[in-house]
Structure formats: C-alpha cells, structure tokens
Write a protein that binds this ligand. Structure first.
Ligand code: ADP
Ligand code: MG
Length: 902
C-alpha cells in the first residue's frame, strides 16, 4: 500500500483518486479493506513528542531555591557531624521532591484525559452506511462528510462541495476562511492554493462537502509540521503565578533575615555553629513550603469536581475566573430548554388546529376546536408533507422507544406529519430530493427541491422563521387553490403562538424548473402553506439553577435566534425576567441591536434580559458591552460563528454534545450535557476553590510568622532557641499534611451561592485577613515563648520546655483550623463536623503529637521529652484560647466597622 503515500493529490481528478484508493464515492470502503489499511497505516493520531522520563521529572524537582537551601543546610550539618539533623533535613528534601513529582505526574494525567475527551468525530461512509466514528479510526480511502463546524479529521481530496469555506489559518496563517472548489490544480501550487483539498486540523466554517481521505496521522500536513502539535496546557493560572511570585519574594526576604540573624548571633559571641543552625531554623520555619502544593492540589480537585458535574475545564485559569462571574449569557434552545420539540399547534388554510401526543412517539391526533378530525384535509396535508420533505432529520426506533436523529426542530415536523397519516416510504419515493440548502442559524431558513415523480415537476419547499418566509410569499394555499396572501391574520396567529412560548416555523412552496437551488429563485412568489408551532419545555433543573444563580448576585441573560415573544415567554417561565417585567425593557431583537451604537448598547444591557432573533456574530457586541460595564461574562455557544464571542468572554462555554469543534476550541470550558445547570454548578465550584485557597493561606501564614518571630526574638535577645530547626521542620510538615491539606476538602458553606460574586480586583490577602494573621502569629509567639520560659523557671529541662513550645504551635494551629473553616462566620456558628477529612486530620495530628512527646524513638530524633498531665492541660487550654482571640479580634473589627460607617 506504499503507493498510497503521496503528495500531489491536488493535481489529480478526484475520480482517479477514488479508483486508486479502491474506494467508492457512494458506498465507501468495505470492512475488509478497512482492516488491511488499519494494519498498514495505523491509527490516525499524531505520534506525540516524547514525554520526559519519570527519572528526569523526578530530578527536575530538585531545581528549586528552597531545596537548594535545605540541601546546603543538610550538607553543613553533616560536616558538623550533626548526623540526625542532617538526616532529617535531607528527609524533608526528599518528601518535598516526592510531593512535587506526584503533582507533576497527576497534572500530566489530568491533561492526558482532557485530550482524550476532546478528540474529534468523523462522519464517514463505510459499507454503504453513513456512520460516525472516532477520528483516530479513519484510514486512507475513507469517504468523509464535512459540514460547517467540523474539524477536518485527516487530509482529504474534495469530491463534492456546497459553499464550502475552510479556516486554514493554523496551516497557512491566512486568517480569512477560504472558499474551496473541486477542480484540479497544477502540481506545483502551494498549500494555500490547493483549493480542492482540506487538511487535518483545519475547520469548516461554512457549507458542506464530501471528500476522500488521502493521508492520515503523521503523513498529514499537520503531522509534518511538528511544532504545531498542541503544547500541553501548563498548570498555571494568574493566581498560581501571583502566589509563585509572592513566594519568591518571601524567600529572598527570609534569606536576608536569616543572614542578618546569623551576623547578629556571631557578633553577640555565640558559636557560629549554633547561630547557623538558628538561621536555618528561621529560614525553614518562615517559608511556607506547603503553599504551592496546596494551590495546585486545590485547583486540581476543583477541576475534577467540575468534571464530575459535566463541566470540563480546558483552561485552568477558568477555575478561578468562574468564581467571580457576574453575568451568564446562555443560549436558550437546548441549554435552558430541553431541545425536545413537539408540534402542538398548526395554522393553515386560515384555520387553527391542535396536535396531541408527547415527545417523538408518532402517536397523536389532529384536533380542531377540541374535536378529533376523521382525516386530514388538503391544507393540513400540504403543510405537513412540506414539513416532512424539507427536512434532514429522521425518526429512529431504539429499544422500543422513538428518538430522532438530527435537529429536534426538524424531528418535530417528521412526527407531526406521521400523525397526519403521511407515510415515510411513500413520501421519499414519490417526492425524491433533488437538492438541499441546509439550515444555518444566520439564514433562518432551509430549502429543498423535490421532484414530484408523477408529473416530473420540481418543487421548492422552504421553511424557516416567520420574518424570512412571509417576506417571500405572495400567495397562500387555501383548499387546493392559491390566493393572494393575507399576512395580517397570519401574523396575529404567530404572535398568539409565540406568546405561549411556542417556536413557530413558517412553511412555503413554489414550483420550479431548476435542478439546483439558486438565490434568485428564493426571492418571491412563494405560496404560504402554513405554520407549525412547537413546544420546547424549559429544563426544570435549569429553572432551579437560574434562581440559585440570581440569588448569588449573578445576572442571567438569554440569547436566542428565536422569536422575541417566544423567548420572552420562556424567559418568564424560567424566572429570567420577572413576571411583571416590561417587554420593551427586557427584550432586544437583533435588528434593533444592529441599529444602536455601542454606547447605547452599553446602557441597554443593564436591563435587557433577552436577546432575540440575534445572529451569532452579534454575540460579540453583547459581550463587549457587558464587559464595558465591568461585568465578568460567561457566554455559551455552539456554532462556528459563536467562536469570537466565546474567545472574548471571560469564560467561553462550548456545548459538548451539540457544539462544533470550532466552538470547543475557542472555549475555556465544555459542558458535556449542554445543560445550564452545569454552568451554575461550575460557578459554585469555582467559588469553593477560591475560598479554600484563601482559607489555606489564612491558616498557614500565621504559623510561619510565629515561628519566624520566635527565632528572631531569641537570637536578637541572645536567648536559647525555644524550638530547634528540626522541630520546626516537624511542625511544618506534619501540620501541613494532617491539618492544612484537609481544608481542600471543604465543600463550601451553605451561603456560598447567596453572596455576591468576588471582585477579581480585590487582593487575595484583604486587610482583615492580614490583621488576623498578625494577631494569630503574635499570639503564637507570646504563648510559646511564655510557656517555654515558665517551664524553665519552674526548673524543667530545656528539652521539656521545647517540647511544650512545639506542642503549643501544633495545637494552636489545630484549633485555629476551625477559625479558618469558614471565613465569614464566627467559629461558634460553623458546623465543625461537616468535613470528615478535617476531623480525621485532627485525630491523626493529635496521635502524632502524642508519639512525638511520649515515644523514645521520637524523643531521640527530635530531642523531645514526655510531659506531665498538668502541662498537657495547660497546653490545650492555651491553644484552645486562640479561637476566642480570633473572635475577639473579629468583634473589635465589627465595632470599628460600625463606628466608621455611622
Ligand atoms: P436558537 O438560538 O433558539 O437555537 P435558531 O437560530 O436555531 O434559534 O433558530 C432561529 C429560527 O430559525 C427559529 O425561530 C425558527 O423559526 C428557525 N429555525 C430553526 N431551526 C430551523 C430548521 N431546522 N429549519 C428551518 N428553520 C429553522
Ligand atoms: Mg438552534
């Protein structure tokens, strides 16, 4: 099969290529040849560049300032024959390296699984059947169908096209989409000029095509340009960057302080060894080693929680931004509503009818004034037949129940025609399709030409929005004859239906002698056949989510191509607009949007809740206007034309189920169930993630401050160290693991969706938090130092006193953890039992402190000593008091607040 690997496919006739590949334009490849080709060509996936080996990943972790310091300290202590210290410091290095390594591996796995989720699908013809397969299973010779929004799954020579436009910017740098054709081109034409080819990884932005795969995997143009291989998303966000910078500065400050301490110590005639150890202790104690790990872990947990609730994060920064979203712009159809359409009303021949039955099961009747018709009259027959023929969906029966394949709007028309007695076989046979112009949102209609076999007459059927169709109708069909159209009575009916929340489709026909649909044919002289109005019920869970989001201070805006009255009515059902809201204030239609200036729009978006009859291109202006008002905007989209708005929005959300590849590529987040509820969930998770990070920071920094202060004071005052470097390492490592990390599992307070969104400009460390950290840090200093000296003055050994100091630090952290569990509410009102992990951590921490204090083994390593029961009681009482200290501080804050505000 070597001969099938080539370059100049653009210079050959497509028929020739099909023969060469032993394929067939209408039937595709057969299963046997597919198997052979799979064996020869392998999977259609880019062979990725090699990952760093695990060994390399492991050693890279050593390249880190903190690790260098610790390694240095370990070497110096070894040189001074302080073997235990040296060993333990080295142990800390190893633990840090292992944690970093695990994080990296986990992040890698997360990215891999995201890649998996984001593969493309391809519609191919195989064994004469049109099927959808994973793009990695494509082989050369496969006949592939493309339509607007699809990502080209392999390099292809085009065979048939209809208005095909492709965005090839990733290969050619040409930012405008190019029109394709199917003629042959000269052999030496460059990539951008090979108009009869499409290349893997590019996007169809308009039209449709059928083509034959000529190259897969690394033989594609994309495969050749290795650097185009998607770079892995870095596990980095504005927040992690900020924290990394903060940590770096902190590191230098602390190193400077440590050096200063060393000098002061030496000047005070202390032994160099001892002051060196003290400086190491200072550095180790004051640097928040756990912080970067906690940030990554919190974000990673956020991502996986969101994924379990159908929101797949594509860009890590989105996790953070989600928490501060102030406006969600959502599509109506399918996101807020179920996208399960059922025709409920028909208007034709100047009469109205109702249709019974639910869903896609073709069981139901046509009623007039509540009475079932014996059979469908002429008018009904025509409008329902046209609805069937001008259609790309079909009914499928799966395990006893009916479903549709294709667009639900069209599926509803299939079902209604069957309810009237039209038979699929008969229609397809007596009215075979000659040409089709598929539905596109910005055109708002679809047309077909069908040949009536009996008299060999071609008919154009057209269906679409009332505005577009009425414009081109000059006649209406009345009992077998065409009369001059009465648009007024039709519009009255449309408004009646739309006000009930129904989606209205107008249907018309026209005789023609053409075989292809031409623009000029679609301008006038159509005969109006009737209206079919369908219900698309709101998703009940979306209604709840809308209410919750509004309660959380988030503005909800509906965007739709549907009729203004339909949209307004659905918006009312979903409480997006209030019941007494005025139509003029709450609704803006696309045509008016086009006319007003940007400044006017910026004013308008303050009250508008429904944008109706908008084209996808207009979404970008809406996002811009909202952002000009300072809103943080989440915007949904599914089509090609939604991509600019998705990129511009702070959170671009693509539909995972109904969305195009283009939209997904432009998005920050993908909804795997297309459901509005999942957006609300993601926002909530985003808020939780941010809260948990702040909780962790508020909890961890006071300890670092306290430890730093203790050592500094000791050295500057020339006193003995109340805690040894080794003991500081013990405190930091054990509390970070047993206590701090458990905050990551906090699942958010009940009121997290009852408060306003976080303003992204507020600093992470607010004044209140900084004050609280100072208070707690100083309390730690006073408590440990005080108890340390008290023990010494009572004649206890220095080891005994130090053991007290260590325990005070640990237990203050333990109790203070509960202050940090909720930042807005008093610790005495929080549910302290809500987080099982945290309780487990408290138990483990306590057990390990008992071991630290009372086992010979630990006593040997850490130079600790067993404590008396009475000492234990003192430690617990003093540590427990931190909760009150924080509460008193909060109380004083609130008093000051009140005074300054009154
Ligand atoms: P939405 O944003 O609600 O999905 P669309 O852009 O899909 O709106 O549809 C806009 C209008 O186009 C609808 O109100 C309907 O009148 C018409 N329409 C929708 N789907 C089709 C279709 N498959 N064929 C013809 N007309 C359609
Ligand atoms: Mg739609």
């Amino acid at each position: 099969m070597q001969h099938l690997i080539g370059e100049n496919w653009h210079s050959l006739e497509s028929q020739k290529i099909v023969e060469l590949f032993e394929s067939d334009v209408t039937d595709g490849l057969g299963s046997l040849s597919i198997k052979h080709r799979e064996e020869f060509f392998g999977k259609n996936a880019l062979k990725e560049k090699k990952q760093d080996s695990y060994l390399k990943k492991f050693f890279i972790q050593f390249h880190n300032a903190l690790i260098y310091i610790l390694l240095g300290a370990s070497a110096v202590t070894a040189f001074l024959h302080e073997w235990v210290d040296s060993g333990v410091i080295f142990g800390v290095v190893i633990i840090n390296v292992i944690i970093g390594f695990m994080q990296e591996v986990k992040a890698q796995e997360a990215i891999e699984s995201l890649k998996q989720m984001m593969h493309t699908e391809a519609v191919v013809i195989r064994d004469s059947k049109k099927i959808t397969i994973d793009s990695v299973d494509l082989v050369p010779g496969d006949i592939v169908m493309l339509e607007s929004g699809s990502k080209v799954p392999a390099d292809m020579r085009l065979i048939e096209i209809r208005d095909l436009k492709v965005d090839e910017s990733m290969l050619t740098g040409e930012s405008l989409a190019v029109f394709k054709n199917i003629s042959t081109h000269s052999e030496n034409s460059i990539l951008g000029d090979r108009k009869n080819m499409t290349y893997s990884g590019t996007f169809v932005t308009y039209g449709r095509a059928k083509g034959i795969v000529v190259a897969t995997s690394n033989h594609t143009e994309l495969g050749k340009i290795a650097h185009l291989i998607e770079n892995t998303t870095a596990m980095q966000t504005p927040l992690t960057k900020k924290i990394a910078e903060f940590s770096k500065i902190l590191l230098y400050v602390i190193l400077a302080l440590a050096a200063f301490t060393f000098i002061v110590g030496v000047l005070r005639d202390k032994s160099a060894v001892e002051t060196f150890m003290a400086s190491v202790a200072l550095a180790v104690g004051a640097i928040p080693e756990g912080l970067p790990a906690a940030v990554t872990i919190t974000l990673a947990i956020g991502v996986s929680r969101m994924a379990s609730k159908n929101a797949i994060i594509r860009k890590l920064a989105a996790v953070e931004t989600l928490g501060s979203v102030t406006t969600i712009c959502s599509d109506k159809t399918g996101t807020l509503t179920q996208n399960k359409m059922t025709v409920t009303n028909i208007f034709c021949g100047n009469e109205s009818y109702e249709v019974t039955g639910n869903g896609y099961e073709p069981k139901g009747h046509i009623l007039k004034n509540g009475e079932q018709l014996a059979s469908c009259n002429n008018n009904l027959n025509e409008v329902l037949k046209a609805g069937y023929l001008c259609n790309e969906s079909y009914l499928v029966r799966k395990d006893g129940h009916y479903d549709i394949s294709g667009d639900p709007t069209e599926g509803a028309l299939i079902v209604s025609s069957i309810k009237c007695g039209w038979d699929e076989h008969r229609l397809n046979k007596s009215y075979p399709r000659v040409d089709i112009l598929p539905f596109e949102s910005d055109r708002q209609f679809m047309a077909t030409i069908n040949k009536y076999v009996k008299n060999n007459q071609n008919i154009i059927y057209i269906k679409g929005s009332i505005e577009v169709i009425l414009e081109i109708c000059d006649f209406e069909f009345l009992n077998g004859e065409s009369k001059v159209i009465d648009k007024k009575s039709i519009m009255k009916k449309v408004e009646e239906y739309a006000s009930d929340g129904l989606r209205v489709l107008a249907i018309a026909e026209k005789l023609t002698d053409k075989e292809k649909i031409e623009e000029s044919e679609l301008e006038n002289e159509f005969i109006f056949l009737g209206l079919q109005a369908m219900m698309d019920p709101p998703r009940p869970e979306a209604i709840k989510a809308v209410q919750e989001s509004k309660g959380a201070g988030i503005n909800i805006i509906m965007i739709t191509g549907d009729h203004a009255l339909t949209a307004f009515s659905i918006a009312k059902m979903m409480y997006i607009v209030d019941n007494d809201a005025k139509f003029e204030e709450s609704v803006l239609v696309g045509n008016d949007l086009m006319k007003i200036s940007d400044d006017e729009l910026i004013k308008k978006v303050a009250t508008v809740k429904v944008f109706a009859r908008v084209e996808p291109e207009q979404k970008l202006r809406i996002v811009d206007a909202l952002q000009a008002r300072g809103e943080i905007v989440a915007m949904t989209g599914d089509g090609v034309n939604d991509a600019p708005a998705l990129k511009q929005a702070d959170i671009g959300i693509a539909m995972g189920y109904g969305g195009t590849e283009v939209a997904k590529e432009a998005s920050d987040m993908i909804l795997s169930d297309d459901n509005f509820r999942s957006i609300a969930h993601a926002v909530k998770e985003g808020r939780i993630v941010f809260d948990n990070l702040i909780k962790f920071i508020t909890w961890t920094l006071p300890t670092n401050l306290g430890e730093g202060l203790v050592i500094m004071v000791a050295i500057v005052l020339g006193l003995t160290l109340p805690i040894l470097p080794l003991q500081i390492l013990w405190i930091n490592m054990s509390t970070a693991i047993f206590l701090g990390l458990m905050l990551v599992f906090e699942s958010g307070e009940g009121y997290i969706m009852k408060r306003a969104p976080r303003n992204p400009n507020t600093p992470i460390l607010t004044k209140e938090i900084i004050h609280q950290m100072l208070v707690v840090g100083v309390y730690m200093l006073v408590a440990s130092y005080g108890m340390f000296n008290y023990a010494l003055s009572n004649g206890h050994s220095i080891e005994y006193a130090r053991t007290i100091a260590v325990n005070i630090f640990v237990f203050i952290e333990l109790f203070y953890l509960f202050n940090c569990k909720e930042l807005q509410r008093s610790v005495f009102r929080t549910n302290v039992f809500s987080n099982k992990f945290l309780l487990l951590g408290v138990v483990l921490m306590t057990l390990s402190q008992i071991a630290f204090t009372h086992t010979d083994f630990m006593n040997d390593i850490f130079k600790s000593e067993s404590l008396d029961l009475s000492t234990w009681i003192e430690i617990i009482v003093i540590s427990f008091s931190v909760m009150f200290v924080v509460e008193i501080k909060r109380y004083i804050d609130s008093v000051i607040d009140k005074r300054s505000s009154s």
